[in-house]
Design a protein around this ligand. Sequence first.
Ligand code: SAM
Length: 251
Amino acid sequence: MSKDYWDSLAPSFEQSVMQIAEHDLDSTLKNQIRRVAKGRRLAADLGCGVGSLLPLLCQSFSKVYAVDFSSALLQEAKNRLKHPNVHFVQHNLAGDRRLPWTADVTFCVNALITARPSHRKKIGLSVFKATKKAGLSVIVVPSLESVFHTYHTIVRCNVKDGYKRHHAMRSVNRLFKTEVVSPADGIVNIGDSPTKCFMREEITTFLSDIGFEVAKIQRVQYPWHEEMTNAPSWLKAPYPWDWLVLARRPK
Ligand SMILES: C[S@@+](CC[C@H](N)C(=O)[O-])C[C@H]1O[C@@H](n2cnc3c(N)ncnc32)[C@H](O)[C@@H]1O
């Protein structure tokens, strides 16, 4: 997932990328932002995209850095939000340069998704280094458990629609083969792009290995129509979800 890839998505970002801030069914992310903002003034949104999180961050913090390496996405974010609290920064989080400031709270929402482990590690380290000592980080990643929950749910829906279970299973196994690039590594084609999805334990150990202390993990649930075309109206919870991790950089 290169800079060119993300630049190319700029004209159709709304349609091609699920921005969790806009689909957060229980306001989990929104409530977490309000809680971490209490008594803290400086935030950084690392991998901000077109800036779906920025209006909320600007309401809650007195200064917000919006960071991304895609010039096209940053330009779109600038066009959308003109607010005196926000400062846009073009920066490669997987590069060798360090950001010249640290924030009381860093946010990294679905930016740790490259299939390349070495890039994920570098992005994770950049998030850690951009977080003040004793500061907090809110990290959201796609859930691998949710991917499997979706396959089970497709079978459940098809059986309810009258398909024999083994036929429904065969068809979902075919879908699995086209979408899941590596079950063990959690790499799944999302919107045609190999995307890293994390198990709860994996994101915990990933962040601990970088140096963070993991304080809390929650689900950010989103609607079924983001995963299934023609999701039936009876289909409710448990919804698909991303993992939201609240982590602390030690003193
Ligand atoms: C799936 S989008 C998420 C955007 C936004 N956080 C949201 O939730 O809507 C991933 C974002 O991470 C950015 N990104 C990926 N790798 C990056 C890197 N190495 N340095 C800076 N930004 C990066 C992409 O340009 C893209 O804007």
